[in-house]
Design a protein around this ligand. Structure first.
Ligand SMILES: Nc1ncnc2c1ncn2[C@@H]1O[C@H](COP(=O)(O)OP(=O)(O)OP(=O)(O)O)[C@@H](O)[C@H]1O
Length: 353
């Protein structure tokens, strides 16, 4: 089911807007993550979609139908929370079948459906157990199956993996992706973990300070951040940010003068600083000093001092030898200039053409 927000504003106290003029469309059949720092408005947005909250202003559509005044029941959404909220005294089978029991579906029919869903989420061999006898990952699978029992219009997941350990989180995020693909149900997933969002989503909505910073594919968020906030929020290691002024001499004649004048901050991804001239993809030659480099397994980093600024490169560990001063190169991809307001004014899209 397609979801559209039209000029949606939400205020809890009638004074401050937790969400301001949200406009977006989540296409039918996609998996979208709501990603952002704590307090950014992710859960509020999810609760507006589910109908647990009503907006202060604006409209919410499911498909072409205005659902703004419809309650949670009428919206027929399936929800999964981080604490699973399974019924401890019911078996796995009865947990999954519970929403169908409430809907007065016959026992034979609801058990058949619950068994199908148990298969989908791979807990078909646990049907008689109580939730307490399951691992965290298995409990989350049961919670997902239960949320899917009534063939919901949408599947909403609020930080569903945050109670799981690191390995299980990775396994379960792949599982959620698989289940979403197999069922085709439009799924909205709240997380504050960028890695999770980047791996699982068709599109990511970055929410901060009550507004959408960017809503695009994971690759676009990384390659073409709209603003400094997104550039800093997405990517590991965190993007280098230095005053644009530090690069002014090296970029003169390369970046248009008016853009250089407006530029306040330069963003440089750690892989955009390389030790060799890569031809076409090189924007400028720089000169600096490697102050430290380290390598652990696949992780290699070099700390560089450049015009009094510190930069981190993942491409230059081990190239300094006995001459730490060296020329190195700044690539076009992974280099951005932002103005005083943080808006992107150079890089990203302009290089993609
Ligand atoms: N019931 C409420 N009453 C008043 N203010 C609230 C309520 N729920 C959330 N807020 C405020 O709304 C803002 C957004 O909260 P929300 O829970 O949507 O953010 P979030 O991005 O989901 O954060 P987190 O990752 O910490 O869950 C916060 O400033 C929060 O304090």
């Amino acid at each position: 089911m397609k979801v559209t927000f039209k000029d949606v504003t939400m205020s809890y106290d009638g004074k401050t807007d937790t969400l301001k003029d949200l406009n977006f469309t989540i296409p039918d059949g996609t998996l979208v993550s709501l990603l952002g720092p704590s307090g950014g408005g992710k859960t509020t947005t999810l609760n507006l979609i589910s109908g647990l909250l009503a907006p202060t202003a604006g409209q919410i559509f499911f498909g072409d139908t205005d659902m703004t005044k419809k309650d949670a029941l009428a919206r027929k959404v399936g929800m999964v929370f981080q604490n699973y909220s399974l019924y401890p005294h019911l078996s796995v089978l009865d947990n999954i079948a519970f929403p169908l029991k409430m809907a007065k579906v016959s026992k034979a029919e609801r058990h058949a459906k619950a068994k199908d869903l148990a298969k989908l989420v791979h807990v078909e061999d646990q049907l008689d157990k109580k939730p307490g006898a399951l691992s965290g990952g298995q409990q989350q699978r049961v919670a997902i199956a239960r949320a899917l029992a009534k063939s919901p219009s949408l599947l909403l997941l609020d930080e569903p993996l945050s109670n799981l350990d690191a390995r299980l989180r990775i396994e379960m995020r792949e599982e959620i992706r698989r289940i979403q693909r197999e069922t085709g149900v439009t799924t909205i997933f709240v997380t504050h973990d960028q890695d999770e969002a980047l791996h699982i989503s068709d599109n990511i909505m970055v929410l901060a300070n009550g507004s959408i910073q960017q809503f695009s594919s994971p690759q676009t968020l990384y390659d073409q951040p709209n603003n400094l906030f997104v550039a800093k929020f997405i990517g590991e290691p965190v993007i280098n940010t230095i005053p644009a002024q530090a690069l002014a001499a090296d970029l003169a004649g390369i970046v248009p003068e008016d853009i250089l004048k407006q530029a306040e901050t330069a963003g440089i991804r750690s892989e955009a600083l390389i030790p060799y001239d890569a031809g076409e993809n090189v924007l400028a030659k720089l000169h600096g000093k490697i102050t430290q480099s380290s390598k652990y397994g696949r992780e290699a980093t070099a700390n560089i001092t450049y015009n009094g600024e510190h930069l981190l490169s993942t491409e230059m560990a081990g190239v300094s030898g006995s001459q730490p001063e060296l020329d190195f190169y700044l690539t076009k991809s992974g280099f951005f200039l932002f103005d005083q307001s943080g808006a992107l004014i150079f890089g990203g899209e302009s290089h993609a053409e």
